[in-house]
Design a protein around this ligand. Structure first.
Ligand code: ZN
Length: 177
């Protein structure tokens, strides 16, 4: 299935994820907190997850879209470090430019590195293990990054995992590892 099919599938099937979470909360007392914030963020991570596994395909839109974000992220991180070691000249403006020059070269390399280190299409990225890892990263991000309540983070994490799993189901490619 292509980009649009996966994303539209995610946009349309989100109510099922909400239903499952509501039933688990109602009958098994799982502590999901279905607030407006948790459900809208959950929607975002569900739909993102519904296309995310195709990051392992160099021609996929999500792969192309992730490249500049990864490059800028790595470049900025390098700048953070490079600026402490860059007393190359006595001029602050030259040092600043040199620090960004080093960062830009690393970011340039990261652009190609991202594609080079990505596992083969429908390999390890297209597995339930990665769906779990995605759910876990999202949980840690919203719980400790955005300081949401435990029950909200738990629901958003389930939504992220479900969206990713939906992608594997529509690919008919459901593997544990
Ligand atoms: Zn796929």
């Amino acid at each position: 299935m292509n980009y649009e099919g996966h994303v539209l599938g995610g946009i349309l099937t989100y109510p099922i994820a909400v239903l499952i979470a509501s039933l688990l909360k109602s009958y098994l007392n799982l502590p999901f907190e279905l607030t407006f914030v948790s459900m809208t963020l959950g929607y975002g991570f569900y739909v993102l997850g519904s296309d995310l596994p195709d990051m392992d395909h160099p021609d996929a839109l999500i792969h192309k879209g992730a490249k500049p974000i990864v490059s800028v992220g790595i470049g900025s991180f390098v700048f953070l470090r490079a600026r402490d070691f860059s007393n190359f000249t006595e001029f602050w403006w030259a040092n600043l430019t040199i620090a960004w020059l080093i960062s830009a070269v690393v970011a340039f390399g990261a652009w190609y590195g991202f594609s080079a280190v990505m596992p083969k299409h429908r390999g390890i990225i297209h597995t339930l293990t990665f769906a779990l890892i995605y759910g876990l990263i999202v949980f840690l991000g919203v719980r400790y990054g955005l300081s949401l309540k435990f029950g909200e983070a738990l629901f958003i994490s389930l939504a992220a995992f479900s969206g990713y799993t939906l992608h594997l189901i529509s690919d008919r490619h459901i593997k544990l590892i």
